[in-house]
Design a protein around this ligand. Structure first.
Ligand code: ZN
Length: 135
């Protein structure tokens, strides 16, 4: 085996980074409309994936959807009829803004501080630190 073949083989054995990334998926809302309310049945699961408090996600959604919400155990109750597609767009945006690291695209971040309308986010995977303007 010559050098180039060895190199080729070494490359093939490297873990595929883009494949590793796809392990993480932004969760989708398991929602249903009941009368004039929308119930997101998997709020706890979404919070789990985000590693944030249910309250924090509820606060974001109430602002984005301009509707009052309450938390009932594992679920989020929105006092409005919201389409699941709209909900998923908001959740996706939340993850892109506050959860997924801007540098390494991993979801291993936590909020360091919230001040003057900005949230400071720290990535535990790569150490990146950045601020996001609160909507
Ligand atoms: Zn990172």
């Amino acid at each position: 085996m010559n050098y180039e073949q060895l190199l080729d083989r070494a490359f093939k054995q490297l873990p595929n980074l883009s494949e590793e990334k796809s392990d993480f998926k932004i969760p989708e809302a398991d929602a249903l409309v009941q009368g004039s309310r929308t119930i997101v049945r998997n709020l706890a699961q979404i919070a789990d994936v985000a590693r944030r408090d249910k309250d924090e996600i509820a606060k974001y959604l109430t602002k984005e959807l301009a509707a009052p919400v309450s938390i009932d155990n594992q679920s989020l109750i929105i006092m409005a009829r919201i389409q699941t597609g709209t909900l998923n767009e908001k959740i996706k945006r939340y993850f892109e803004l506050y959860i997924v690291c801007k540098e390494c695209h991993k979801p291993d971040t936590h909020v360091q501080s919230v001040a003057r309308g900005y949230t400071t986010i720290v990535c535990e995977a790569c150490g990146a630190k950045y601020t996001v303007k609160n909507s």
